[in-house]
Design a protein around this ligand. Structure first.
Ligand code: ADP
Ligand code: VHF
Length: 387
């Protein structure tokens, strides 16, 4: 599957908005920009995709509310985060609520993500929220976070550097919930050959196969008020892609950013995950049982085997069982022989309505439109797998 197709087909998406996307100058809420992004994300959610938002901005909003100017000590930053976080989530709750999408706040520390029990609780909480149609909104729990204290005490320690900010947090969350795509929205449209604010010759790098020491060396410095800088985005991108998540670094100020990114437009820097197909294939092949079955005609079987195509509704002649979106189903030919397995993009009722139809009819048949395929290529495993 090409880069563009992978982005287009992403079903579970984590979007991280940096301080300079959420605010003007690190303190004033960027109402128009954020509400436009909320509209796009609500639309994604309503189209059946899972959306998790990681939003910075608490310190900036709190700083404004408390009337604080200039450099802030760690204690004051933590106090600002406490004052700003409530305002931030209130704005999101209002905005998503106007579009009939519920939100749920989760505040995290790096310790939460490092502890297996707490990480499992987090995964379960997020997956339940997604099943319920909500958009979880995450931020680091700055007021109790010891990360920055570690950084202050040991500024050069590699451990301190490994404790990222919301870039690192969003990468770990994306990995924990098996997200397909992580969008890091910042104030620059991707990684450049050098910092574009200081080097007018710098050129954008549209995609990266691997993030090595040379790539990391290109990224230094953050904009005033942000904490991570491009380097922390690249480290986050490396961690996420190693865990099977594709990553897109984009300019959060660009109009209709989410729609254009998901349409496959060349917008920022794309970091493809080399792991994804095999990790996903293993998961599908090894799952103990299927929730139902799709019966395919000969043309569909040939398309899957010979053209490595996704499974379109037009090639499906029957459905067995009741299952939800994302369930694992068996694929059988018309003689009843098992030919593979896959994770379905539609529930069994929708599959029954769509069977035998052309993908262009999905809107008309269902009254809404998700994916063109019933099972996308990445979520298919063909050949002998246990039924
Ligand atoms: N090679 C590079 N390419 C792009 N941006 C870079 C590069 N090196 C450093 N930067 C800086 O990284 C900044 C983005 O990081 P940051 O300010 O932390 O964003 P955010 O607040 O969204 O997390 C850019 O504004 C830019 O000045
Ligand atoms: N947790 C902090 C943001 C920390 C952070 O990661 O900032 P940024 O690098 O701008 O995404 C806040 O809400 O202000």
């Amino acid at each position: 599957m090409s880069t563009r197709e992978r982005v287009r087909e992403a079903k579970r998406i984590v979007v991280k908005l940096g301080t300079h996307v959420v605010t003007h100058d690190g303190r004033e809420f960027a109402l128009g920009r954020v509400f436009a992004l909320v509209e796009s994300l609500a639309q994604l959610r309503r189209s059946g995709r899972d959306v998790v938002l990681v939003s910075s901005g608490a310190v900036g909003l709190g700083r404004r509310a408390l009337g604080l100017e200039g450099e802030l000590s760690l204690g004051l930053r933590q106090a600002c985060a406490a004052a700003g976080q409530g305002r931030l989530i209130a704005l999101y709750t209002q905005a998503f609520g106007q579009l009939d999408v519920e939100v749920a706040q989760v505040l995290l520390t790096q310790e939460d993500l490092g502890d297996p029990d707490r990480a499992l609780c987090l995964r379960t909480t997020l997956l339940r929220l997604l099943e319920l149609g909500a958009v979880p909104i995450l931020n680091e729990n700055d007021s109790v976070s010891v990360r920055e204290i570690v950084e202050l005490l040991e500024p050069s320690s590699t451990e301190a550097a490994a404790f990222g900010d919301n870039d690192g947090l969003s990468a770990r969350v994306a990995a924990a919930i098996d997200a397909d795509l992580l969008i890091l929205a910042t104030d620059v449209d991707g990684l450049y050959t050098a910092n574009p604010r200081t080097d007018p010759e710098a050129r954008r790098i549209p995609s990266l196969e691997a993030i090595d020491a040379e790539t990391l060396a290109r990224a230094a410095g953050s904009s005033a008020g942000g904490t991570g800088g491009m380097r922390s985005k690249l480290e986050a991108a490396r961690n996420a892609s190693e865990a099977g998540v594709d990553v897109l670094i984009v300019d959060g100020h660009a109009p209709r950013l989410i729609e254009r990114a998901l349409a496959g437009e060349d917008l920022g820097t794309f970091v493809a995950s080399p792991e994804r197909p095999s990790a996903r294939r293993r998961q599908i092949a090894l799952a103990p049982r299927c929730a139902g079955a799709l019966i395919l005609n000969a043309g569909a079987i040939a398309a899957l085997l010979e053209r490595k195509a996704s499974l379109l509704p037009v090639g499906v002649v029957g459905i067995e069982g009741q299952f939800g979106t994302g369930a694992l189903v068996e694929l059988r030919d018309e003689t009843g022989r098992a030919r593979g397995r896959g994770l379905v993009n539609y529930d069994s009722d929708a599959c029954r309505e769509l069977a035998g139809k052309h993908s262009r009819e999905i809107d008309r048949v269902l009254g809404w439109r998700g994916y063109d395929a019933l099972i996308t290529r990445d979520n298919l495993v063909l050949g002998d797998v246990e039924a």
